[in-house]
Design a protein around this ligand. Structure first.
Ligand code: MEV
Length: 421
């Protein structure tokens, strides 16, 4: 166990590793593993070291691409960062499938974001309202230097509202501010504006508690849809399987336990592109799940229907993304991802990301309601186990053949590997 330490951040990287690995039973091995992942390009390593404090190594995730996404009549190859086997394979397979059925159609429903100044006030609401109305114009004025560039790009502060929240909490009010941040995610911009607003708004009887953007962005909303004739959906028994696909959606809408897993599958696709493009996946996750609960019950983010022999499947999610600023500029691979996507605007990126979520959900539901999910998963699982073993090509092929129609488990693979040696 490590001891408590002061001034840790001031130590050099080597000193930090020394301190960390001292109590290890195999210190040499620990140091070796950490250093193995250092980038030999010193400048690049320094760039990554600078993203966060106390960096001692890098943690690699695979960076993959899923081709053949046909979105609004344009082809995209999509960069994805994810560790879960089968996610990229599923996305690629589904992208190809829908590319021959009209592709994905998307709509951006809204792009506005929210920030709030939370404060306590014990006086009368009508006095507060009068004060707010009198000072409202000045609240815009104090942010002018911050919003200047954003206004040039067509964004800025759209509105500031006083909200009475005393029903939820005694003496609690807020300034509810609506923003348009164009191609930037806008977190820093929003927070700077809010702090300037709060500073102007505060007075003796107004106790400012905090000023912060909200990651709940139900008006920064995007929708993707695919549709085709039911008979084009499956090779056999199309009517039956299409109906079961819709039934699976209905179950996710009726049952939160299932909805969470259903939506997790959607997020497999969403997060992987959000990460690859240097966006904040925690913000997206928080906002998306809040949106899934907007009716008071946690439900599916996607929906499906069959009408007049046509199957439609769609997904609507809030997505606050940026294609300028933040990590998108700093991380060379995030920059490259945006190049792979043909330099999208934030609005275009929203449309791309939602399609990958829909594709992932389609892959999961199609597998779950037909062959089951394990068939595909197990193939990847088997190849991962094989990679961990010290096998030659012939032995690997034997294992692949042996487990073709059998359930894969780590111990079964080891047993067969040793039996066949
Ligand atoms: C696994 O990462 C995702 C799934 O569980 C999604 C789902 O059940 O819909 C397969």
């Amino acid at each position: 166990m490590q001891k408590q330490i002061s001034g840790f951040s001031k130590l050099t990287k080597e000193e930090k590793i020394e301190w960390l690995t001292n109590p290890f039973t195999n210190k040499k091995e620990g140091v070796k593993t950490l250093k193995k992942y250092w980038n030999t390009n010193k400048k690049l390593q320094e760039l990554h070291d600078g993203f966060i404090e106390n960096t001692i190594s890098n943690f690699y995730f695979p960076y993959a691409i899923a081709p053949n996404f046909f979105i609004n009549g344009k082809n995209y190859t999509i960069p994805m960062v994810i560790e879960e086997s089968s996610v990229v394979a599923a996305a690629s397979l589904v992208a190809k499938f829908w590319s021959t059925r009209g592709g994905f159609k998307t709509t951006v429903i809204g792009t506005t974001k929210i920030g709030q100044v939370h404060f306590m006030f014990a006086g009368s609401f009508s006095d507060l309202k009068n004060y707010f109305n009198a000072i409202k114009f000045e609240l815009f004025i104090v942010t002018e230097s911050i919003t200047k560039n954003m206004r040039k790009r067509g964004g800025g502060i759209l509105d500031i509202k006083l909200r009475n929240k005393t029903i939820d909490l005694k003496n609690y009010y807020q300034l509810h501010v609506t923003f348009e941040t164009k191609d930037s995610m806008g977190a820093n911009f929003i927070n700077s504006c809010l702090e300037a607003i709060a500073n102007k708004f505060k007075k003796e009887d107004i106790n400012i508690i905090m000023s912060i953007l909200s990651n709940y962005v139900p008006d920064c909303l995007v929708r993707a849809e695919v549709s085709c004739k039911v008979e084009d959906l499956y090779k056999e028994n199309a009517k039956h399987y299409a109906q079961n696909f819709v039934n699976a959606l209905n179950i996710a809408n009726a049952e939160p336990h299932r909805a969470v897993t259903h939506n997790k599958g959607i997020m497999n696709g969403i997060d992987s592109v959000v990460i690859a493009t240097g966006n904040d996946f925690r913000a997206v996750e928080a906002g998306v799940h809040a949106y899934a609960s907007r009716t008071g019950k946690y439900k599916s983010l996607s929906n499906a229907k069959i009408k007049d022999g046509v199957f439609s499947f769609w997904l609507e999610i809030p997505l606050a993304l940026g294609t300028v600023g933040g990590l998108t500029k700093l991380h060379p691979l995030a920059k490259l991802s945006l190049e792979i996507l043909d330099h999208p605007t934030a609005k275009e990126l929203m449309q791309i990301v939602v399609c990958v979520g829909l594709a992932q959900n389609f892959a999961a539901l199609r597998a779950l309601t037909t062959t089951g999910i394990q068939e595909g998963h197990m193939k990847m699982h088997l190849s991962n186990i094989i990679k961990q073993l010290d096998v030659n090509k012939k032995e690997a092929q034997h294992l692949l053949n042996f487990f073709k129609n059998k359930t894969v488990s780590y111990s079964e693979v080891i047993t067969e590997f040793e039996r066949n040696r």
